[in-house]
Ligand binder design. Structure first.
Ligand SMILES: NC(=O)c1ccc[n+]([C@@H]2O[C@H](COP(=O)([O-])OP(=O)(O)OC[C@H]3O[C@@H](n4cnc5c(N)ncnc54)[C@H](OP(=O)(O)O)[C@@H]3O)[C@@H](O)[C@H]2O)c1
Length: 349
């Protein structure tokens, strides 16, 4: 089987990772890659890591008028655009073409919640119900049947993978405090005042207290898992760490009843029995963003004292937090073995 794919937003960090992964995917063929301001440039000019490996030019970004004809004949299109752009294109993509969106446009089911967290009205609310939330380990069966997948946010992936086993087992009482740190590539390729190297290198700061847009998608995914309202129990605080890639999350939790570290381990092992990309490190072992860098793995460790548990998770924001998970979802959607094209080790050290 060959899955013919198009990538919209291939000049960005997420889009560049999609190209890097899909170039070597044995069941996928990249048919075209489109960009906005960088259209017309060669892919290797924009992503120098791809020199000698890929030689094509970036097409102009499709519009609502051209996306239909451009995607016709494709099997799958990836959208890797800033928030708010995918919703202009999605309604015009033919039914026969599967869509995987890396932005936040279709993650939230309620357009009012979207407006409150993304600062803009939803312009394709009728499409929201069609999208399945693409946290592969939590919604694999639905993703397999889906033709539209909303790939999760990078913080949301790190937090949800750490929380889900305990939430599903109904072992937690609130509040849940998720304390997460990200590398600078999480903010995309265009420098802003707060993402510019002189501001971020050798520094550390918090941002978006109480209002991070990944908060409602975490709550929504947990509610989907246990049919219980989660938002009021959940706090997400994010920080800028002086690294390029990686998310590290520490989740501070209270158990309904005391548990031993081995019991926590059993619960996680059971929950992730079929999850190749979740590596459980054991009690009192911290994951490290270095070991997951450039990979689709999320590493998880835990520590427990009485009813207090800390879960540690680490992943690469551009791979398991974005493009890698998108490819994992593509595999599931097309019935290809889930790890295809993604079984790469990280590097050591
Ligand atoms: N970075 C991460 O770790 C990460 C993780 C998970 C999800 N995401 C999400 O994935 C999406 C892409 O993120 P990214 O980090 O790859 O961003 P990025 O590096 O800034 O890339 C953005 C892409 O969109 C194009 N673009 C920029 N402004 C545009 C506009 N006004 N209209 C249409 N296209 C425009 C850019 O094209 P030109 O360069 O040619 O102008 C580029 O191809 C975002 O929604 C982001 O939230 C990112």
């Amino acid at each position: 089987m060959t899955i013919r794919v198009g990538i919209v937003g291939g000049s960005g960090y997420g889009g560049g990772e999609l190209v890097r992964l899909l170039l070597f995917h044995p069941a996928a063929e990249i048919v075209w890659v489109a960009a906005h301001e960088q259209a017309g440039r060669s892919i290797a000019e924009v992503h120098p890591n791809l020199r000698r490996l890929a030689e094509f030019r970036l097409l102009p970004l499709p519009t609502a008028e051209t996306i239909g004809s451009l995607t016709e004949g494709l099997d799958c299109v990836f959208l890797a655009l800033p928030h708010g752009r995918s919703m202009e294109l999605v309604p015009r993509i033919p039914e026969s073409v599967k869509v995987i969106d890396l932005a936040g446009d279709f993650r939230l089911k309620d357009p009012e919640v979207f407006k409150a967290h993304y600062g803009q009205s939803h312009r394709a609310p009728e499409q929201l119900e069609r999208f399945v939330y693409g946290l592969t380990e939590l919604q694999r069966a639905e993703i397999a049947r889906a033709s539209r997948v909303a790939n999760p946010g990078c913080f949301a992936t790190a937090v949800l993978l750490g929380l889900a086993p305990l939430v599903a087992a109904r072992q937690l009482i609130g509040p849940v405090i998720a304390d997460a740190k990200t590398g600078s590539s999480g903010a995309g390729a265009k420098p802003l005042e707060t993402t510019h190297h002189p501001r971020r290198a050798n520094s550390f700061f918090a941002y978006k207290p109480f209002i991070h847009p990944h908060l409602p998608e975490i709550a929504q995914a947990l509610t989907h898992l246990v049919e219980d309202r989660w938002l009021e129990h959940l706090l997400l605080q994010v920080h800028s760490a002086p690294v390029v890639r990686g998310i590290f999350a520490s989740l501070y939790l209270t158990l309904a009843e005391p548990m031993r570290a081995e019991e926590i381990g059993d619960l996680f092992h059971q929950f992730y029995a079929d999850a190749f990309f979740v590596r459980l490190l054991g009690p009192n072992v911290s994951p490290d963003i270095t070991w997951v860098k450039h990979t689709n793995f999320c590493d998880i460790g835990w520590a427990v004292q009485g009813r207090t548990v800390i879960i540690f998770t680490a992943l690469d924001n551009l791979v398991k937090g974005a493009a890698g998970q998108a490819v994992q979802n593509m595999n599931v959607m097309f019935g290809v073995e889930e790890t295809t094209g993604l079984k790469w080790p990280g590097s050591h050290p």
